[in-house]
Design a protein around this ligand. Structure first.
Ligand SMILES: Cc1ncc(COP(=O)(O)O)c(C=O)c1O
Length: 458
C-alpha cells in the first residue's frame, strides 16, 4: 500500500519553535499545569482542536481579496448561499459566525420548556443551547459507540429502537425535532451510515418530527460512507453528501471544521416559517441576513472551503493522516479508541497511565507530560472536564472514560510531524512513571477545565 501523502505543496510557512526542556518546565509550571493557559507561541505541535485551525488554500486566500463588505446583499453571500444550496438542497441558508450561534437561533426559536431533542450524542455546545432553552438533550448512540475497544464501522449510528421508544414514551408533541451529529465528535469522531441516517429520517418522519444534522464534519462522514458502506464505493463525495442531506429537513453547521475556514457557520432548513423567525432573530443578535456576523471575505472563504472539502484526494489524505497517527500509537502500545475517527485520535489515558489514581487525573497528567516531553498540546476529555462533585457521597464522580484527544487541524501538519508526536508518546510509554498525578488548587464553578489550577503530587 502506498504511504498516505499530503495532496498539496506548501507555499507559505509559519515557523514554530520547540522550547528547550527547561523552558517547557517553566511554562507548564507557570500555567499551573493547565495546558489551556500556555501561550500558543510556546507550543510546538498544537493538537488542542481541529476547529477554526485549518490552513486555507491559495484559492480561499484569493477569495478573501474579492470580499464585498457591503452591509446588504454582498456578492459573497450569494456565492455562499448557492454553494450550500447545491450541496445540501435546503431552501433557506442563514449565515452565522460560528456553529453555536446556529444552535442558539434554532433552539431559542423552536423549543418549549421540557421538550426533548434526541440525537446520537449532542456536542457540548448543542446540549448547552438545548438546556439553556429549557429542553432536554437525549443521547441515543448505539451500544457499540460506547465501547472504545469495539471495532465497528459506524459507531456514530443512532439506536433506532431506542429512538422509537423515546418518541412513544414522551409523545410527538414534546419532540420539535430530532438530530444526528455527523461525525459524532463526542463519541470519538465516529461516522453514521447512510442506512442509519435513512432509518432515523423514516422513523422521525413517520411521527411528523423534523430531522436536522449537526453537519460540522459532513464531508468526513461522507468519506467513511464511501469507504465502508456497501453500494457507495463508486459514488462521488458530493453525491453521497447530497443523498445524506436529502433525508434531513435542515442542519446546523460550524464551518470551522469541514468549511475549511477559520470562522463561520450557518443554519439551513426547508421550513419557511422557522426560517423567517430565525432570520428575524439573526438580525437582532448577529447581523443582517446576508452576512450574519461575518465579513464578506469570510463568507467567500467558507464558500470556497465547502467546494474544496468534498475533494476526494483531500479527504483520503485527511482520514488517512488521522489513522496514520493512530496506528503509530497502537504500535507503541498506546491504547486508543478504535477505529480512529475522522478528526482526532482519542487516547485511553485511564488505561495507559495506571499508576495515577482517578482523583489525581491520569488523562490530565498525560496532557502535561506531552507538553513537558515534546511541546505537544492535547486536550483532556475525562475526569477534569466531566467530573462532578457529589455532595451526598462527598466525592467527585467521574465519567466512564478518561481520554486525551489529539485533534488534527486540517492541512496544517505533515506526516513527519505526526511521527514526531508518536515519538513523544513512545518516550512516555517507555517510562510511564515519569507522568505525575495532580491535585486541583483552584476551580471555577463551571467549565472548570478552561481555567482551573493544579499542583503536582508525588
Ligand atoms: C459537532 C460539533 N457541533 C457544534 C460545534 C460548535 O461549533 P463552534 O465551535 O463553531 O461554535 C462543534 C465545535 O467543536 C462541534 O464539534
Amino acid at each position: 500500500m502506498l504511504a498516505p501523502i499530503e495532496p498539496f505543496r506548501i507555499k507559505v510557512v509559519e515557523p514554530i519553535k520547540l522550547l528547550d526542556r527547561k523552558q517547557r518546565e517553566e511554562r507548564i509550571k507557570k500555567a499551573n499545569y493547565n495546558i489551556f493557559l500556555i501561550s500558543a507561541e510556546d507550543i510546538f505541535i498544537d493538537l488542542l482542536t481541529d476547529s477554526g485551525t485549518s490552513a486555507m488554500s491559495d484559492n480561499q486566500w484569493a477569495g478573501m481579496m474579492v470580499g464585498d463588505e457591503s452591509y446588504a446583499g454582498c456578492r459573497n453571500y450569494f456565492h455562499f448561499e448557492k454553494t450550500i444550496k447545491e450541496l445540501t438542497g435546503f431552501k433557506h441558508i442563514i449565515p452565522v459566525h460560528q456553529g453555536r450561534v446556529a444552535e442558539n437561533l434554532l433552539f431559542s426559536t423552536i423549543l418549549s420548556e421540557g421538550d426533548y431533542i434526541p440525537s446520537n450524542n449532542h456536542f457540548d455546545t448543542t446540549r448547552a443551547n438545548i438546556e439553556s432553552n429549557g429542553g432536554i438533550g437525549v443521547d441515543l448512540v448505539i451500544e457499540e459507540g460506547k465501547h472504545p475497544e469495539v471495532e465497528y464501522p459506524f459507531k456514530g449510528n443512532i439506536d433506532i429502537e431506542k429512538l422509537e421508544a423515546q418518541i412513544k414514551s414522551v409523545g410527538t408533541e414534546k419532540i420539535p425535532l430530532g438530530m444526528i451529529t455527523i461525525t459524532n465528535n463526542t463519541g470519538g469522531g465516529q461516522p453514521a451510515s447512510m442506512e442509519n441516517i435513512r432509518q432515523v429520517s423514516e422513523t422521525l418522519h413517520k411521527y411528523d418530527i423534523p430531522f436536522f444534522f449537526d453537519a460540522a464534519r459532513f464531508a468526513e462522514n461522507a468519506y467513511f460512507i464511501k469507504m465502508r458502506e456497501k453500494g457507495y464505493a463508486d459514488k462521488s463525495i458530493r453525491e453521497i453528501a447530497r443523498e445524506m442531506f436529502s433525508y434531513a429537513d435542515g442542519c446546523t453547521m460550524s464551518a470551522k471544521k469541514d468549511g475549511l475556514a477559520n470562522i463561520g457557520g450557518f443554519v439551513a432548513m426547508n421550513d419557511d416559517s422557522w426560517a423567517t423567525k430565525l432570520t428575524n432573530k439573526l438580525i437582532l443578535i448577529e447581523g443582517y441576513r446576508t452576512y450574519g456576523g461575518l465579513a464578506g471575505r469570510d463568507l467567500e472563504a467558507v464558500a470556497r472551503g465547502l467546494e474544496e472539502v468534498t475533494n476526494e484526494n483531500y479527504l483520503e489524505y485527511r482520514i488517512k493522516q488521522v489513522k496514520y497517527l493512530g496506528d503509530k500509537l497502537l504500535n507503541y502500545g498506546v491504547p486508543i479508541i478504535k477505529p480512529t475517527g475522522g478528526h482526532a485520535v482519542f487516547v485511553d489515558a485511564g488505561k495507559m497511565i495506571k499508576h495515577i489514581k482517578r482523583e489525581n487525573y491520569p488523562a490530565w497528567a498525560l496532557t502535561v507530560a506531552l507538553y513537558r516531553e515534546g511541546g505537544v498540546r492535547s486536550v483532556e476529555i475525562g475526569n477534569v472536564m466531566f467530573g462532578k462533585y457529589d455532595a451526598g457521597q462527598k466525592k467527585e464522580i467521574y465519567p466512564p472514560l478518561d481520554l486525551v484527544r489529539l485533534a488534527i487541524p486540517r492541512r496544517v501538519y505533515t506526516n513527519s510531524q505526526m511521527d514526531y508526536v508518536a515519538s513523544v508518546f513512545e518516550k512516555i510509554v517507555s517510562e510511564p512513571k515519569t507522568v505525575k498525578g495532580l491535585r486541583i488548587t483552584y476551580q471555577p464553578p463551571f467549565l472548570r477545565h478552561f481555567t482551573c489550577k493544579f499542583e503536582e503530587v508525588e
